[in-house]
Ligand binder design. Structure first.
Ligand SMILES: Cc1ncc(COP(=O)(O)O)c(C=O)c1O
Length: 283
């Protein structure tokens, strides 16, 4: 079985998987999700993703439907059935199926959906040459630390970025950057790595934490703090981090070059360190 889905207790080819039209995930985006990267058949940082999934579900009062070991068995079974070595696992928990009313019963049975898709090889040109980004006002709600299915502002911002010939849009709230549409943002100035401190306006990225830990282990100075939009333009380096993009250098922001206009050495070395950790876990 190549691309596969698990829904309502069974694994199916992805194209055969169906969900009720009255699922609240479909009607309201009433649910939470995760994306986990699988390297060499091994899910990376699974525990951190499952912890965040549980936290997101609890934050929106959806009963967490499986134990950690049940999730693990499900995910490993999916990876085995898919036979992919390199894949991304999508986990989704919605509030369940009910006639369409905004209010909900706490007794609803959550819907669990898992999909496993092959991960394309890393885009080496993108990684080595870096990407362009734009900034856009952060018009999202006040609880962006929940990984909710409600992604309309992210979707529209990403589309705007693509139409502008950029890879990603970085959100700006009251003059400070928060995060990308599906990534966290880091900058380097005078050798110090800075990233926005965690609060309700951004997702506590699993990769963000991994990269901060790796940077600290390598002896870099790391700051988690408020970052003004103007600071990005004057950064020596700028990069995006996330589960599927790993560490992606940014060379242009709103049409202006960052640093010397090339992918920076710190982003490159952090990507190499991340890959080394991945390689170690696969052994
Ligand atoms: C809004 C947002 N911020 C940050 C991230 C990066 O998080 P992670 O490193 O856990 O993938 C994502 C990932 O999809 C995201 O959607």
């Amino acid at each position: 079985m190549p691309n596969i889905a698990y829904i309502n207790g069974e694994f199916l080819p992805l194209e055969d998987a169906k969900i009720s039209v009255e699922d609240r995930g479909v009607q309201f985006g009433d649910g939470v999700y995760e994306v986990v990267r699988v390297y060499g058949g091994q899910p990376f940082q699974l525990e951190a993703h499952l912890t965040r999934l549980a936290r997101s579900a609890t934050a929106i009062e959806v009963p967490f439907p499986l134990t950690t070991s049940e999730w693990e068995s499900l995910i490993f079974e999916g990876i085995r059935l898919s036979r992919y070595q390199e894949s991304k696992v999508y986990l989704q928990v919605t509030r369940g199926v009910a006639p369409r009313e905004h209010g909900f019963s706490l007794a609803l049975v959550p819907t669990v959906l898992v999909t496993i898709r092959e991960m394309p090889l890393p885009d080496e040109t993108r990684e080595t040459q870096g990407v362009a980004v734009i900034t856009l006002p952060d018009i999202r709600w006040g609880r962006c630390s929940i990984k909710s299915l409600n992604l309309l502002p992210n979707v529209l911002a990403k589309q705007q970025a693509m139409q502008a010939g950029a890879f990603e849009a970085i959100f700006v709230r009251e003059g400070f950057i928060t995060e990308g549409t599906s990534s966290n943002v880091m900058m380097v100035k005078d050798g110090t790595i800075a990233t926005p401190a965690l609060n309700d306006h951004l997702l506590p990225g699993v990769t963000r934490q991994t990269i901060l830990d790796l940077a600290q282990e390598a002896g870099s100075v790391v700051e988690e703090r408020d970052i003004l939009q103007e600071e990005l333009r004057n950064a020596d380096e700028l990069f995006l981090v996330g589960t599927t993009i790993e560490v992606l250098p940014v060379i242009q922001l709103d049409g202006h070059s960052i640093g010397n206009g090339c992918a920076g050495p710190i982003a490159k070395s952090l990507l190499a360190r991340l890959r080394a950790v991945v390689a170690q876990k696969m052994m």
